[in-house]
Design a protein around this ligand. Structure first.
Ligand code: C2E
Ligand code: CA
Ligand code: CA
Ligand code: CA
Length: 277
């Protein structure tokens, strides 16, 4: 009977623990994940379209649950941004880049990694200190770390300008991400000291489906050129899209046609196979 009682109470405790785990709110779960440093980074190759040579990668965060499963960023980034957890997550991303790619980036100075920066971190400039604190003590050079922000992050032109100017003074490059999906895009383009424009994949999608004449892609490219910005096409999935972009003078691209986001070791192997020699 005693033995049975022991088992029963273990059973009951286990049930209660399961229940209480279940009752955790998404925010509490995310807080625990931040504390336990459960965020890792996958790297998506960025290639020179004309040659297929890999020139760098975009760092894309994933939440690795204790069971090994990966949670996509769109499922937790919005909550992280609302709750102020995006800052420690961004820091874990920068730490991951420094850990995963230090050796590679020291060996190949022309390779860069681009990091997604949230609106708050552009506004406050916090991103610059976060990068300096985490990259400064590695062998990685500032010019190998690029920053990308969406239009939402650039809403306040004055504050955004200050951060971008300072980033460029330190040697980073700065890109506008998801270009064309926000509003007042043209005003930002004219007034911000950017280096690069990333055309959102929703525009690249239209390349196969619409006749070339009705696509806005050539106009975005012309505008970027007039403003002296380099262009990266996102979401390049087909050879037709790649050819169209090359014909229209786009230099760089990323997308499934070249490679999906991949763990660091796979990316390093990819880079060795696909870099300019
Ligand atoms: P994004 O910055 O626009 O990143 C590109 C997204 O497009 C990635 O989704 C990538 O996997 C996906 N993608 C790339 N090539 C293709 C393609 O050829 N076809 C299709 N259909 N999709 C493609 P992912 O990794 O799920 O990231 C989603 C979004 O989450 C990112 O969109 C970015 O806004 C955000 N995010 C990711 N990592 C971070 C981060 O470290 N910090 C912040 N603040 N946001 C992040
Ligand atoms: Ca991005
Ligand atoms: Ca994007
Ligand atoms: Ca996007």
């Amino acid at each position: 009977f005693l033995l049975f009682g022991g088992f029963a109470s273990i059973f009951i405790v286990a049930m209660i623990m399961r229940q209480s785990r279940k009752r955790l709110s998404p925010l509490s779960e995310l807080q625990i994940a931040v504390r336990k440093r459960e965020f890792i980074v996958h790297y998506q190759p960025i290639v020179e379209l004309a040659t297929g040579n890999c020139v760098g990668a975009e760092a894309l965060v994933r939440w690795k649950r204790p069971d090994g499963s990966l949670v996509r960023p769109d499922l937790f980034i919005p909550l992280a941004e609302q709750s102020g957890l995006i800052q420690p997550i961004t820091d874990q991303v920068i730490d991951a880049v420094a850990r995963d790619l230090n050796e590679l980036l020291v060996q190949y100075r022309s390779v860069h990694v681009t990091i997604n920066v949230c609106a708050e971190d552009i506004k406050s400039g916090r991103i610059l200190e976060a990068v300096a604190a985490r990259i400064g003590r590695t062998g990685i050079e500032n010019r190998q770390i690029w920053l990308e922000a969406t239009e939402r992050g650039l809403l306040d032109i004055e504050e955004a300008s200050r951060t971008i100017e300072e980033a460029r003074t330190r040697g980073h490059k700065v890109a506008i991400d998801d270009f064309g999906t926000g509003y007042s895009s043209l005003q930002y383009l004219q007034n911000l000291p950017l280096d690069t424009l990333k055309i959102d994949k929703s525009f690249i999608n239209t390349i196969n489906r619409q006749s070339a004449t009705s696509s806005v892609v050539p106009h975005i490219i012309d505008m970027a050129k007039a403003l002296n910005l380099s262009v990266v096409a996102e979401g390049v999935e087909t050879v037709e899209q790649a050819e169209y972009l090359i014909e229209h003078g786009v230099e760089y691209g990323q997308g499934w046609h070249y490679g999906k986001p991949m763990p660091a070791d796979i990316f390093i192997a990819y880079l060795y196979e696909n870099m300019k020699r």
